[in-house]
Structures are given as C-alpha cells and as structure tokens.
Design a protein around this ligand. Structure first.
Ligand code: SF4
Ligand code: SF4
Length: 90
C-alpha cells in the first residue's frame, strides 16, 4: 500500500501529473492517495522531489522504531532512578 508522508509533502502536484489512475488528489497542500484507485505502479515515487511517497509499511516501521527508542530511553531513565533509590535505602 502506497502512502504519503505529509510532513515531507510540499503539495507540488508532480505525483498527481504522472498517476495513470487519477488516484492522487491535493488537499490542504498535501497529496492524498485513493487506495481504491492506486495500482501500485510506483510512478509517483519516482517523480516526488521530497521522497514523500513510499510504502505505508515502511513509514510505519520508522514510527515503530522511534517509539521503541523512546521506550528504551524511558526504561533506561527508570532503571537509573530505581538504582539510586536502592542505594539511598541501604
Ligand atoms: S510529488 Fe511529492 S511533494 Fe509533490 S505533491 Fe506529490 S507527494 Fe507531495
Ligand atoms: S503508485 Fe501509481 S497508481 Fe498508485 S498513486 Fe502512485 S502513480 Fe498512482
């Protein structure tokens, strides 16, 4: 499934011009893909100057990685607090 990263999209419309299925529209200066019309030909990926279009799964993987890193950071901070609390108790 193809998706648009709206943080990267600048609404230039280049993807819209090459789509053979008219699957792309611009709303609020951001591209949107109608999944029902998209045939995953990847033409839009090739012309996007911002690399804003990609496989939705890979976009989600990036988000999952960020969340995992945040969770690791929080766990590290929590472990440090527990360790400090144990030292104080002794
Ligand atoms: S080509 Fe890329 S930057 Fe331009 S409208 Fe499409 S997704 Fe957005
Ligand atoms: S992958 Fe092809 S059909 Fe799908 S939105 Fe992009 S240009 Fe259109």
């Amino acid at each position: 499934m193809i998706g648009v990263d709206k943080n990267l999209c600048i609404g230039c419309g280049k993807c819209l011009q090459v789509c053979p299925n008219q699957a792309i529209s611009i709303f609020d200066a951001k591209a949107e893909i109608n999944q029902r019309l998209c045939s995953e030909c990847y033409r839009c990926l090739e012309v996007c100057p911002r690399e804003a279009i990609g496989n939705k799964i890979s976009i989600n993987v990036v988000e999952i990685r960020k969340s995992l890193q945040n969770a690791k950071d929080r766990l590290g901070s929590l472990k440090a607090k527990v360790s400090l609390a144990e030292k104080i108790e002794k």
